[in-house]
Design a protein around this ligand. Structure first.
Ligand code: FE2
Length: 191
């Protein structure tokens, strides 16, 4: 994880365009999510009362980016939402369905449905590739690792009504913020 964070920091400090940023980060994240032993157990736990748990794994002091593990309960999904920043998604355990949307004539149009399998990566960035919905249609919890520009837990963004495309602002926060590991935590894991 330390090497991964260093590589992401190098990308975001040197690359300007969101499209170039996500394409540069995708192979880095693919390497991370193809290591089955990498993620600590405390960031793999589903929260039974919620559709999904989101644990902050890393965030630099200037909050230029954030790395998050999402743990989805069986049969649960997100609302249709945007991010208002770039993001890269890596499938870690299980399979998640991702639907992509665009707004056309004040309604939402589903433009793609993709089943993400372990090791698959994808990306979002505004305004053209920012609206999606993730669903775990399997019978067991699934885990995906997400990296976003900025601090996604405090980012003002939106959910969308599937019928009217009406937007509603939300700020997601993080689950179990006391679990935020200092950078040295990753070094310890690798030792
Ligand atoms: Fe998302």
């Amino acid at each position: 994880m330390g090497d991964f964070v260093d590589a992401v920091e190098s990308v975001i400090r040197h690359v300007q365009e969101s499209k170039d940023t996500v394409l540069a980060i995708e192979p880095l994240l693919r390497s991370l999510v193809t290591d089955p032993d990498w993620l600590n157990e405390k960031y793999r736990r589903a929260i039974s009362a919620k559709a999904y748990a989101q644990y902050l794994l890393y965030r630099p002091a200037d909050r230029a980016f954030s790395v998050v593990s999402f743990v989805w309960n069986p049969g649960q999904g997100s609302p249709i939402h945007d991010h208002c920043t770039w993001g890269v998604i890596g499938q870690y355990e299980g399979e998640e369905e991702e639907s992509r949307f665009r707004i056309l004539d004040n309604r939402l149009e589903r433009i793609a449905v993709v089943l993400a399998r372990p090791g698959d990566v994808s990306h979002v960035y505004p305004p053209s590739r920012d609206i999606h919905q993730i669903t775990n249609r399997s019978a067991t919890p699934t885990i995906s690792i997400h990296i976003y520009g900025g601090d996604i837990g405090s980012q003002r963004r939106h959910t969308y009504d599937p019928n009217t495309a009406a937007m509603q602002e939300f700020i997601s926060g993080y689950d179990a913020p006391d679990l935020l590991p200092p950078r040295t935590d990753w070094k310890a894991q690798e030792a």
